[in-house]
Design a protein around this ligand. Structure first.
Ligand SMILES: [Zn+2]
Length: 459
């Protein structure tokens, strides 16, 4: 064997046990006691996790008149430092454009630049016969089996109910999974206009313009349409009680509805929008941060199994220059925050150490379920013989004060600035290659390869 990780505590969704992991080439080939090989990493007192998977990122993405600030090089490097060994990013169709053109554009940026493996979802904003037909090639030939549509961003990305229904039907027929950004774009548009007429331009009004009731409404509508089309549905970045109530109700009736949430909705709240000056802009995301009450509702939804995935919705912008585009108008603040590098540390501290989730559930939410729902299991998402050797060696005792200056994300702040986390990824392995070694970069750009994903299978 080429590499042995010795004496660590292996954690999967079902087990936790001390054993050695043996790696040959890019694969895990043995799990046992007293394995030997040419190179050994001593992982005594460490946790051994399957590489974490982030199925919601926006790297180098054109949005709101600018680009998200991480390149494929900086974004995937930051991910690696944070213990993430695979991301699924959104290629976005343009109005009047083909899915093929979007795929080409994203490939051009990603190819040769990634430190870790990656896949693409296809975001569809122009639903017509030809784009619907292209879904087949995407699933069958390109390994792109998930498609995101938006009920928000009227006039930009938003689709109507009939377009959404057509995509659901097609995905169901082909074995694809539809993902929905569930907010009500019409009401957001109306509220935004009204607020601006009243000269309410500060960042806090971003949250006012996007009421949680209408996130719940959009979830209910999306679920009803999925039920009508007899299709599975994945609801992205749920932020509030109303959303998870809708998901709970659908799942109680046996519908294949799945949902994710993000660390920001579980750990930060709307009070941030009243930070002095323009500071609130740092937290302008969609859906917006909600109340502490909503945070608890999300944790309960995770406990109940109504939410299956934690992703980041990593979409960074610089506070200076980029967020400042909305200095006089909250509707011009680019929506998004960085989070690709801090997910594991924040979720371990706020989730596992606060007793909201077990260590097994932590692995399931952040690695195994994303791999299963998005057609990458068991190649990824677990520690098992034959799986890719994507492994995180995690020190559960290491304390770190989060400081944007020490992070690798290409932006000038983090929403978790100053948070003291306990538990941090130390060494990260991607397909058998050590890419982060005790906090030092060993990987190289271009190592990460495109992962063709399988069709959708229910969890
Ligand atoms: Zn997103």
């Amino acid at each position: 064997m080429d590499l042995i990780i010795k004496n660590g505590m292996i954690v999967t969704p079902t087990d936790m046990y001390e054993a050695d992991v043996g790696i040959k080439g890019e694969k895990i080939v043995a799990i046992g006691k007293e394995l030997s090989g040419s190179k050994v990493i001593d992982a005594k007192d460490m946790m051994i996790f399957p590489g974490f998977i982030d199925v919601h990122t926006h790297i180098e993405t054109p949005f709101m008149g600018t680009y998200s600030s991480d390149t494929w090089e900086t974004g995937t490097k930051a991910a690696a430092f944070g213990g993430t060994t695979c991301i699924v990013d959104f290629a976005i169709q343009s109005k009047g454009g083909t899915l093929r053109a979007a795929l080409d554009e994203w490939n051009k940026r990603a190819t040769g630049n990634a430190y870790i493996d990656y896949g693409f979802h296809m975001a569809m904003i122009d639903i017509n016969d030809s784009s619907l037909n292209e879904m087949e090639t995407m699933i069958m030939e390109e390994g792109i089996s998930s498609f995101k549509l938006f009920f928000a961003y009227k006039g930009e990305l938003m689709v109507d109910d009939d377009a959404f229904y057509k995509a659901l039907e097609k995905a169901e027929e082909l074995g694809g999974l539809i993902m929905i950004h569930a907010e009500n774009g019409h009401i957001i548009d109306l509220y935004t206009k009204n607020l601006l007429v009243e000269n309410k331009t500060e960042p806090m009004y971003h949250a006012v313009s996007r009421p949680s009731i209408m996130e719940g409404e959009a979830c209910q509508r999306a679920i009803a349409l999925a039920e009508l089309a007899e299709a599975p549905l994945y609801i992205v970045h749920n932020s509030c009680l109303e959303a998870v109530e809708a998901i709970h109700e659908g799942r109680e009736r046996g519908l294949p509805i799945y949902g994710e949430t993000c660390p920001q909705y579980l750990t930060l709240d709307e009070e941030r929008y009243t930070d002095p000056g323009f500071e609130g802009a740092k937290y302008v995301i969609s859906p917006p941060l909600r109340s502490e009450f909503d945070q608890d509702a999300l944790w309960f939804a995770i406990e109940r199994g109504d939410l299956q995935v934690i992703s980041t919705n990593h979409c960074p912008f610089f506070f200076r220059k980029q967020k400042e585009r909305g200095k006089d108008n909250f509707a011009k603040i680019p929506n998004g925050i960085p989070g690709i590098e801090t997910r594991m540390a924040v979720m371990y501290t706020a989730g596992v150490l606060e007793d909201w989730i077990t260590i097994n559930r932590f692995v399931e939410l952040n690695s195994t379920n994303p791999a299963k729902l998005f057609g990458m299991f068991p190649q990824k998402g677990t520690i098992a013989i034959g799986s890719d050797a994507d492994i995180v060696i995690f020190d559960p005792e290491k304390e770190v004060t989060i400081n944007s200056k020490n992070l690798h994300q290409n932006t000038d702040y983090t929403p978790w600035e100053g948070m003291i986390v306990k538990g941090y990824p130390i060494t990260v392995i991607s397909r058998g290659k050590v890419i982060v070694d005790k906090g030092n970069l060993k990987g190289e750009k271009g190592w990460g390869k495109f992962i063709k994903r399988d069709r959708f299978y229910p969890l």
